[in-house]
Ligand binder design. Structure first.
Ligand code: SAM
Ligand code: SF4
Length: 321
């Protein structure tokens, strides 16, 4: 369905849980989060219900995220049910990769097409530091398992943080030399935990890109992708830059989000939310109408760079990235 700016909204990102097995410093509070009563979180059946209507309205691309989606019980059956919805063309997941080794084959069998894996450093100690306890080797094994079962293409999402991992850019780029993977550098966003971080932690992707002079621009055929793609002259894989801060990709934004606690979010960078849980639980109103309302109220562009931009109150683990 088209929004008020004429954009075709065909991409639903679903956060299926607030819970996570990591505590990344820019995303989660150190002490973790208070576990919500299960009534506050949509059941997987309720999420399926909303997704079915979204697909009916023209959504053909779905991403499952969180929190960490692989910690939610029933994930495989859920993926299976979404994959079977007629009209789904692309079913993907964003994960920290810790449980991929265990689940890759089942996910593939259930109908998942591909995974994006979040990985901010290739050094054991630094991984432990930024994730507050994670084990890099387990993630690397998860990536190998995903490759092996054919969850393609594999995309690695790397948030660049000043004075933390900006010295590893060349190492990440080097991964694309021999391997058919996509490494995507994402600008740190001042959301949730990171909203109070000092300016020197936020590095524009243009600075990162200029450091690698041999990059050749390529077009990956998807103008809705927030990433601009490049490759090394002899490289097999691709390098993407996602610049939510330094450049708008709002003009081509085709997405809408559903949070685990039952809110529709038309824009990542706005506090606007539409409650869909009440309607689901009490048969009030029309779910389809609420979805249409969310799509029609999607702002034409975000206000992140405006002086009066309202800080985003939800942490990223409660939005889904
Ligand atoms: N747990 C899964 C994972 O880490 O891939 C999925 C959820 S996580 C919230 C989704 C993505 O959001 C991750 O790639 C993470 O790096 C990114 N993210 C979280 N907080 C962010 C921030 N303040 N700025 C930029 N990216 C952020
Ligand atoms: Fe968990 Fe993903 Fe947030 Fe890290 S970025 S704390 S893995 S939800």
């Amino acid at each position: 369905m088209k929004d008020a700016s004429g954009r075709n909204i065909n991409y639903l990102r679903i956060s299926i849980t607030d819970l996570c097995n990591l505590r990344c410093m820019y995303c989660m509070p150190q002490d973790g989060i208070e576990k919500k009563h299960h009534r506050e979180i949509l059941s997987l059946e309720e999420i399926y219900e909303v997704t079915k209507i979204a697909v009916d309205l023209g959504v053909d691309k779905v991403r499952i995220t969180g929190g960490e989606p692989l910690v939610r019980n029933g994930i495989i059956k859920f993926i299976e049910s979404i994959a079977q919805l007629e009209g789904i063309r692309d079913l993907a997941m964003t994960t920290n990769g810790l449980l991929l080794k265990e689940y890759a084959q089942e996910l593939k069998n259930a109908g998942l097409d591909r995974v994006n894996i979040s990985l901010d450093t290739l050094k054991d100690e630094k991984y432990k530091e930024i994730t507050r306890g994670g084990n890099l080797k387990t993630v690397l094994e998860g990536i190998e398992a995903a490759k092996k079962v054919g969850l393609n293409p594999i995309k690695i999402n790397t948030v660049i943080i000043g004075n933390f991992n900006d010295d590893e850019v060349e190492d990440f780029v080097g991964l694309t030399l021999k391997e058919n993977i996509e490494v995507r550098f994402i600008e740190l966003m001042p959301i949730g935990q990171a909203s109070t971080w000092t300016k020197n932690k936020f590095i524009s992707n243009s600075i990162i890109k200029d450091r690698i002079s041999e990059l050749m621009p390529i077009y990956d055929g998807d103008r809705h992708s927030p990433a601009k793609y490049y490759k090394l002259p002899d490289g097999v894989g691709k390098i993407g830059f996602i610049n939510p801060i330094s450049s708008h990709f709002c003009k081509y934004c085709n997405r809408i989000r559903l949070t685990a606690d039952g809110r529709l979010k038309p824009c990542l960078h706005s506090n606007q939310e539409i409650d869909i849980k009440t309607a689901l639980r009490h048969n009030i109103g029309d779910l389809r109408k609420l979805l249409e309302e969310a799509i029609l109220s999607k702002p034409s562009q975000h206000t992140l760079n405006d002086l009066d931009h309202e800080p985003i109150v939800r942490d990223m683990y409660r939005i889904g990235g």
